[in-house]
Design a protein around this ligand. Structure first.
Ligand code: ADP
Ligand code: MG
Length: 464
């Protein structure tokens, strides 16, 4: 069985970098445009901590059920690569901002070992090849000093599916806290540690994108299991996931604690974090995904499983759902179509709701067309494949399509009730299953169009 632990690096949103006033937003900037003596590590420059980042990190800590440390300080970690101009990274080691948390994934509790604040290294550009065979390397320090939180889990994951669910829920939490923007390039990077029974731990560094995390882990589990099967050892090492070959390759033997040579950062003080400050942060916390799921279940009466899918997929989807419900007051209908066909079509097209052309207005017009019988659900399943990527209205999409005649659902229900006296009697005697049978008969006549919940309502009304 595999054991997996994650180190998740998240870019926290802010105007300026972690220890200086250089702008943090480097999108579209020239290489090395966002730099100053501090983030270039020039002699005589001194770091100053960005308070907003400490607040954001506290929010993340509380959202992940961690204990915020009453004191914290920063340390220097020796750094061997040219993307960190100081040759050390300012990070937290001995006392990080928070420890001992957890995040529940279904019935599984994933323990959070620690959360630390640190600066991001710059970006290396490998010219003419990959990290292992490039001709030469360019370095861009725009990213050097960007604020990160690193979230370290215990090795509590047993398979790739749990990792996917964890990352998706974590991302949704970060979005709800408004400390993170998933649309930004490489704003969430994962180091994945994997071991199989009897073997050492291998660390796959710097994986971006959830799909890549899954591929890298799946590959690595099979590689390690094969080694063990052949009676060989799994070496403790650091590997790199190659997006093109979808394989992991050895980068280096794993560093040890001594290699890092941690020392206290003498240019920064020790910080006290008072209980009062933590309480103030807690008061500012917005509604988080778990609470939002419960609210969806309670106020919209949708199944919990559906609410979880909507909220944990991403915040934008949860917002989309609520906008739709404002425009079309049938939450169960909206939710059912989101978790089935809408998500499927988004995945096929490699889209998120934000990146697609679908608006709440378009989507609810589409749902209403089905609810009112203008479009059968079967045709709807075809139309939605076009609706999502194009953002065309239902009317446009219907143009030139064979449109079946509008169905008068009430009439069909009347017919079915008349034709199935026995089932009606059974229902009157309290047999709930009889309704199910009648719904089936209606759906057969309408060629599977019409919302089953609505049909049930009509049947019950008529029989009464
Ligand atoms: P380092 O600082 O060298 O990366 P840590 O002790 O901080 O090492 O652990 C890093 C990660 O390795 C954690 O996410 C932890 O869950 C994971 N890990 C520890 N032991 C194992 C193991 N046997 N198999 C898989 N992952 C592990
Ligand atoms: Mg590590």
């Amino acid at each position: 069985m595999a054991k997996i632990g994650l180190e998740v690096h998240v870019h926290l949103l802010s105007k300026s970098k972690l220890f200086c006033s250089s702008p943090a937003d480097y999108e579209g900037k020239e290489p090395n445009e966002n730099t100053c003596p501090t983030c270039l590590g020039l002699p005589g420059s001194k770091p100053v901590v960005n308070k907003k980042i400490v607040d954001s990190a506290m929010m993340v800590a509380k959202a992940l059920n961690c204990q915020v440390s009453p004191t914290m300080f920063f340390s220097r970690k020796s750094y061997f690569y040219p993307d960190m101009p100081k040759n050390f990274q300012i990070t937290q080691y001995e006392i990080p901002i928070a420890t001992n948390g957890h995040l529940n994934i279904g019935d599984m509790k994933i323990r959070i070992r620690r959360i630390q604040i640190e600066e991001d290294p710059g970006k290396l550009v490998h010219v003419g090849g990959s990290i292992t065979n490039a001709k030469y390397v360019l370095v861009d320090y725009n990213r050097a000093g960007i604020p990160l939180v690193e979230i370290v889990t215990e090795p509590d994951f047993k398979d790739v599916k749990q990792v996917r669910e964890f990352l998706s829920k974590l991302q949704s939490i970060l979005e709800h806290l408004e400390v993170y923007d998933p649309a930004k390039e490489a704003s969430l990077r994962v180091d994945a540690n994997i071991s199989v029974e009897g073997g050492s731990r291998v660390e796959v560094k710097n994986i971006t994108g959830f799909a890549s995390v899954e591929k890298a882990l799946s590959y690595e589990i099979v590689r390690q299991e094969n080694l063990m099967r052949m009676g060989q050892k799994v070496a403790m090492e650091t590997r790199h996931f190659d997006e093109n070959t979808r394989m992991t390759v050895m980068l280096r033997k794993k560093e040890t604690e001594e290699d890092y040579g941690y020392i206290f950062e003498p240019d920064l003080p020790q910080f006290n974090i008072f209980e009062k400050a933590v309480k103030a942060i807690e008061r500012q916390m917005p509604e988080l995904p778990d609470a939002r799921v419960q609210r969806f279940v309670k106020s919209y009466k949708i199944p919990e499983k559906q609410a979880q899918i909507i909220v944990y997929t991403d915040k934008a989807l949860a917002d989309f759902f609520e906008e739709c419900v404002k425009l079309f007051k049938k939450p169960d209908f909206v939710s059912r179509w989101i978790v089935t066909d809408l998500l499927k079509v988004l995945n096929w097209n490699d889209l998120t709701i934000k990146k697609s052309n679908l608006t709440p207005k378009l989507f609810t017009e589409f749902l209403k067309a089905m609810d009112e019988g203008e479009v059968t659900e079967r045709l709807g399943k075809e139309l939605i494949k076009e609706l999502v990527p194009t953002g065309k209205s239902v009317k446009e999409l219907m143009r030139g399509k064979m449109v079946p005649a509008k169905i008068d659902l009430e009439n069909v229900v009347k017919e079915v009730v008349k034709e199935n006296k026995k089932a009606v009697e059974d229902y009157k005697k309290g047999n709930e299953k009889a309704v199910q049978f009648l719904i089936g008969q209606v759906l057969r006549k309408t060629k599977a169009s019409g919302d089953p919940n609505k049909i049930r309502e009509l049947i019950k009304k008529l029989i009464k």
